[in-house]
Design a protein around this ligand. Structure first.
Ligand code: C5P
Length: 226
């Protein structure tokens, strides 16, 4: 089965408080995006990568691609105003039956075994959505106050969210809704059930300076030598 990875890297990263979008910040002298691409390329030699980039940093993104040793050329496209629109732009380049990973570029700590597991589960179930348990207590805010809800009923959702193209491509032929913060929500809105799999506690979305410090500690440069 053909494999595509749509790596969404078109966000501006204002929560990090830096001018440079977080996917281009350096850890051990390599951009965060470099680690993410490296892990996908290491997972499958025959993977087709589509990289979604901000218009203002398009050349910066292409320069990162040039450093990778990809068997198939990494294709790049300019993203949109929201993650949903960026994914839509990436998917517009896929026109064959395949298994498609959609991954946040800023989750550079995922492992090849998570990618393999998502692929295998998607072959069996049509999709694979990595999730981890919530560790904090949870409160739901409503119009008149807030209430405690059962932590055991909560899952925190990660990427790569993985789908058979026959499900994903038609589901994304829809208009944007505010609830579409990930791909599972888009596919569910199209009437499909999604299949949850175990994610990884290390697979954090680098969002704040603290996350960056954690990633710096966890990323082991020798393991990433090409
Ligand atoms: O904004 P959020 O943290 O949900 O972003 C998750 C991923 O989606 C990031 O890798 C970011 O670069 C990407 N993104 C995008 N286009 C946008 C917004 C976010 O590709 N317009």
């Amino acid at each position: 089965m053909k494999k595509y990875a749509v790596i969404v890297a078109a966000g501006s990263g204002i929560r990090m408080g830096s001018v440079l979008p977080k996917q281009f910040l350096l850890i051990h002298n390599k951009p965060i995006l470099w680690y993410t691409l490296h892990t996908f390329l290491k997972s499958y030699k025959d993977i087709n990568i589509i990289l979604v980039l901000p218009a203002e940093y398009y050349d910066t993104g292409l320069a990162v691609c040039d450093e990778m040793n990809a068997a198939y050329p990494i294709r790049a496209v300019v993203g949109g105003d929201t993650r949903f629109h960026s994914v839509q732009k990436g998917l517009s380049l896929i026109d064959e039956e395949s298994i498609v990973f959609i991954h946040d570029a800023v989750r550079c700590l995922l492992s090849p075994s998570l990618i393999h597991h998502c692929f295998e589960e998607t072959q069996k179930f049509g999709s694979a959505i990595p999730c981890v348990d919530a560790r904090d207590s949870i409160r739901l805010i409503h119009a008149t106050g807030h209430k405690s809800i059962k932590r055991s009923e909560i899952k925190l959702v990660q990427t790569p969210q993985t789908f058979q193209s026959a499900i994903l491509l038609p589901a994304y032929q829809t208009n944007y809704q505010e609830e579409f913060t990930d791909d599972a929500s888009v596919v569910e809105a199209a009437g499909y059930e999604v299949h949850l799999v175990d994610g990884e506690s290390n697979n954090i979305k680098i969002t704040t300076p603290l996350d960056l410090a954690i990633a710096e500690e966890l990323l082991d440069p020798p393991q990433f030598s090409v």
